[in-house]
Design a protein around this ligand. Structure first.
Ligand code: ATR
Length: 283
């Protein structure tokens, strides 16, 4: 990296932020595209979030990503949130306009779908019901993406049923809510199974689900990427289902922000994936 005084500035605001892979991801694109720019980790405590965000345009920042725990606060703090961010209820990408105004959007659903397109080009959201496990922020972004991609039914299954009911009520569309105990039964006839819970993540309990009822052609995706090969992906692959791991969602959700801030559309390449994977493996 060799920037000048005219370097374009962006970054990621989180608390903590030290674990974020985004600086390495955007740094790889800046280097490989030869862009005069920087993407910084910005550790900002919740009580300082609104103040720091409002100061960014005054320091010449072109925008930022926002991660845990600021995504919902960002929706309220930006000058304008687009319709997608409002439906998802969270902002993960902020662009500073020429007038200094902050516009917020959410690219998590885009990243989710682009990852499926790249990993399973023949899969089609309109081909049948999608089963979504979980009802956190990630599930909301996934559900919005699936509605917009034309899924005929989205089956939400969450341990705390009320959280899934809230998503269904907020989003409308072809969402149905099922109990956690029904998670294996609802797989009959599914076209997609997505895990958006934290189960299966390194250090968390495994995701315990029987895939016996899942059609052989159904696509299985886990948004957990540490480990890359989760138990549910391994079980799905072993019975012949197509599978897509979660790393691509992280890589693809970063593309729109990078393009808005630095003016070039970046690509998700095997090189980039390998570099991020090395970093994951190294802890
Ligand atoms: P995010 O916003 O990043 O998606 P989250 O809000 O912490 O994360 O959501 C985590 C998801 O994992 C939730 O759906 C959670 O279920 P609850 O809504 O019932 O909390 C799910 N989850 C976490 N631990 C779980 C467990 N042991 N069994 C079943 N689901 C679990």
């Amino acid at each position: 990296m060799n920037m000048t005084g005219a370097a374009k500035l962006a970054g990621v605001m989180g608390w903590p932020v030290a674990h974020s892979l985004s600086p390495m991801l955007h740094g790889h694109w800046l280097d490989s595209l030869g862009i005069d720019g920087a993407y910084l980790p910005l550790a900002v405590a919740p009580e300082n979030f609104a103040e720091v965000l409002a100061a960014l345009p005054k320091m010449g920042f072109r925008g930022v990503n926002v991660t845990v725990p600021h995504k919902e606060a960002a929706l309220a703090a930006v000058d304008e949130a687009d319709a997608l961010a409002r439906r998802i209820g969270a902002v993960n990408t902020i662009v500073v306009g020429d007038d200094g105004k902050l516009t917020g959007t959410n690219t998590d659903g885009f990243g989710f779908l682009e990852n499926l397109k790249a990993g399973a080009p023949k899969w089609n959201a309109a081909g049948g019901p999608a089963v979504v496990l979980g009802a956190g922020g990630a599930a909301r972004a996934v559900a919005v993406a699936l509605i917009d991609a034309g899924a005929p039914e989205i089956i939400l299954v969450n341990r705390t049923r009320a959280r899934a009911e809230k998503i269904a009520a907020d989003l409308g569309g072809p969402l149905t809510v099922w109990d956690w105990d029904d998670r294996a039964a609802v797989l009959a006839g599914a076209n997609l199974l997505v895990n958006t819970t934290t189960l299966g993540m390194t250090g968390k309990a495994p995701l315990d689900i029987s895939l016996d009822a899942l059609p052989a052609a159904a696509l299985v995706n886990d948004i957990v990427y540490a480990p890359l090969q989760t138990d549910v992906l391994a079980a799905a692959a072993a019975r012949g289902n197509p599978v897509v791991d979660g790393l691509g969602m992280l890589l693809h959700q970063a593309r729109p922000g990078f393009e808005a801030w630095f003016g070039v559309a970046p690509k998700v390449t095997p090189d980039l994936r390998a570099r991020i994977l090395e970093n994951l493996a190294g802890g």
